[in-house]
Design a protein around this ligand. Structure first.
Ligand SMILES: *[C@@H]1O[C@H](CO)[C@@H](O)[C@H](O)[C@H]1NC(C)=O
Ligand SMILES: *[C@@H]1O[C@H](CO)[C@@H](O)[C@H](O)[C@H]1NC(C)=O
Length: 496
């Protein structure tokens, strides 16, 4: 078992389009028909929301607080930043590994903030959500060390991915990666600007001083992103920019416009509206539909110059709604939106969150619906379809399986997740090194010892099948941004 082989095996990637795994469907028991799983009663969405937020506590890096509820985790990566005499502790491990990737981390924070802004739920749940947001924003603030310097990744991705270690034991290089005026990375800087602007709205009432700090950094980051343009490539091959940076610039400007109402941001958006185009996915890479959705609301509030964004947003809805004559994204036989076979639930949850918010915008503005070629969809129809996606993830699917760990009784037991798959450091204090983790835990046929409650995995394949294999990262690995978009989706069901 050479490390080289593992390096290839475990080159975990959320990279779009990679990791096709042909042939895994052979010799499986036949699927149950979807009608036998039909179940019209609804799930405990409050429980699902709480768990989706709880997952983020298990992804925390740095020194854990005394009110930490995920107790199989402990402090980790306490020296992050020391290589340059900085404190860059904190933030999130983005998936089943121990790297802090700032770009998707910021996207996670933007989505969590959007959820918190759009939907009020129970007081305690909303507070937990704000704690989850703050765990990310505190790190982004630390990482923004000068107006034109942002640390965007902590940890050598290749070294990390060749090891199977708990975060608490991790001993691979904590290399620091940064963008600045001579080596810019517009996607990462602009997404951080979006995250801080969105969070500034979320904290406006609960912590005005913090909110205003967030806003100051957000403005500075968008200036940096826009003035020093260059595509962000430091986190490639793990997170590569395919859609360019124009989406992030529009997304950040939209959030800053929403946060401040300042005309400079509206002018920026309208003068760059040629960047906007219709898309059929929403992801850590491609945020056009996020910006278009925010700007659709602004259009209905009287900003007629934003009509192009509204029409692009409608095209997205038409591209994902079943029955639309311009449908581009198909559903599985069991009814799941299926974008691609690589952590597909990230696209399902993000599309679902957008559909809920778009539906809310139509209702709030008394718009009868949207026209997609020959088909017409009302706000309730869009919302009803979005609800089917939440229900599918929670168990209404051909395998009668919840794709959220710890929800119901039938859920993934072998997450592709280092910390979850190795006994807690509180139960087994001796160090589990790089290759011991591989042989004893990565390759173990046993369920993970730590139930990572709330984790939503990459999900089933295009035939609604899920094999629950730890090595199958495309389907068995959770990520923070899947959960963040699910938070926005399930909160929509609770809030209305
Ligand atoms: C339907 O879903 C509810 C909520 O999860 C569950 O309690 C119930 O057992 C399900 N019923 C069937 C027949 O699957
Ligand atoms: C929508 O309709 C309701 C009921 O007629 C009305 O009270 C409300 O002001 C309308 N909202 C908008 C944005 O037009």
């Amino acid at each position: 078992m050479t490390m080289v082989v593992y390096g290839v095996l475990m080159l975990w990637c959320a990279i779009v389009g990679l990791a096709m795994r042909p042939g895994v469907m052979e010799d499986q028991t036949p699927l149950r028909s979807s009608s036998s799983a039909a179940n019209s009663s609804s799930y405990d969405y409050a429980d699902a929301l709480e768990k989706a937020i709880l997952f983020l506590e298990g992804q925390r890096s740095g020194q854990l607080p005394s009110n930490q509820r995920v107790t199989w985790r402990a402090d980790s990566a306490l020296s992050d930043g020391k290589l340059q005499n900085l404190d860059l502790t904190g933030g999130y491990y983005d998936a089943g590994d121990n790297v802090k990737f700032g770009w998707p981390m910021s996207f996670t924070v933007t989505l969590l903030s959007w959820a918190n802004i759009e939907y009020q739920t129970q007081k305690q749940t909303d507070q937990n959500l704000q704690s989850a947001i703050r765990w990310g924003t505190d790190f982004i603030l630390k990482a923004h060390t000068s107006p034109t310097t942002l640390f965007t990744q902590i940890g050598d991705g290749n070294a990390d991915h060749q090891c199977w270690e708990r975060p608490e034991d991790m001993d691979t290089p904590r290399t620091l990666y940064k963008i600045d005026s001579s080596s810019p990375g517009t996607e990462a800087a602009a997404e951080s600007a979006a995250a801080l602007a969105a969070a500034s709205i979320a904290f406006k009432k609960t912590d005005p001083a913090y909110s205003s700090t967030l806003l100051t950094h957000s403005k500075s980051l968008l200036d940096f992103a826009d003035k020093y343009r260059g595509s962000y490539s430091l986190s490639c091959p793990f997170y590569c920019s395919y859609s360019g940076y124009q989406d992030e610039l529009l997304w950040a400007a939209s959030w800053l416009y929403k946060a401040t109402g300042e005309s400079q941001y509206l002018n920026y958006i309208t003068s760059n509206q040629g960047w906007s185009h219709a898309v059929n996915e929403f992801s850590w890479d491609n945020k056009f539909i996020g910006a278009q959705t925010i700007l659709t609301q602004e259009f209905y509030e009287g900003k007629n110059e934003l009509g192009k964004f509204k029409s692009d947003a409608e095209s997205f809805v038409c591209a994902v709604m079943p029955g639309s004559s311009s449908q581009q994204i198909k559903t599985t036989p069991g009814g799941l939106l299926y974008t691609r076979d690589s952590s597909n639930l990230q696209y399902t949850t993000s599309s679902t969150m957008v559909l809920f918010i778009f539906s809310k915008i139509l209702s709030r503005n008394n718009v009868s619906g949207i026209q997609c070629g020959f088909s017409h969809f009302t706000a309730p129809q869009i919302r009803d379809f979005a609800k089917t996606q939440v229900d599918y993830i929670l168990g209404k699917n051909p395998m009668s399986m919840s794709y959220m760990v710890g929800f119901g009784s039938n859920y993934p037991k072998k997450l592709h997740h280092r910390g979850s798959s190795i006994p807690s450091i509180k139960d087994q204090q001796g160090k589990v090194g790089c290759s011991d983790g591989m042989s004893n835990y990565y390759n173990s046929p046993n369920p993970n010892p730590n139930t990572h409650v709330g984790a939503i995995v990459g999900g089933p394949d295009s035939n609604d099948h899920f094999g629950d294999e730890r090595s199958d990262y495309s389907h068995s690995e959770p990520t923070t941004y899947i959960n963040a978009a699910f938070v926005g989706s399930v909160a929509a069901l609770l809030a209305e």
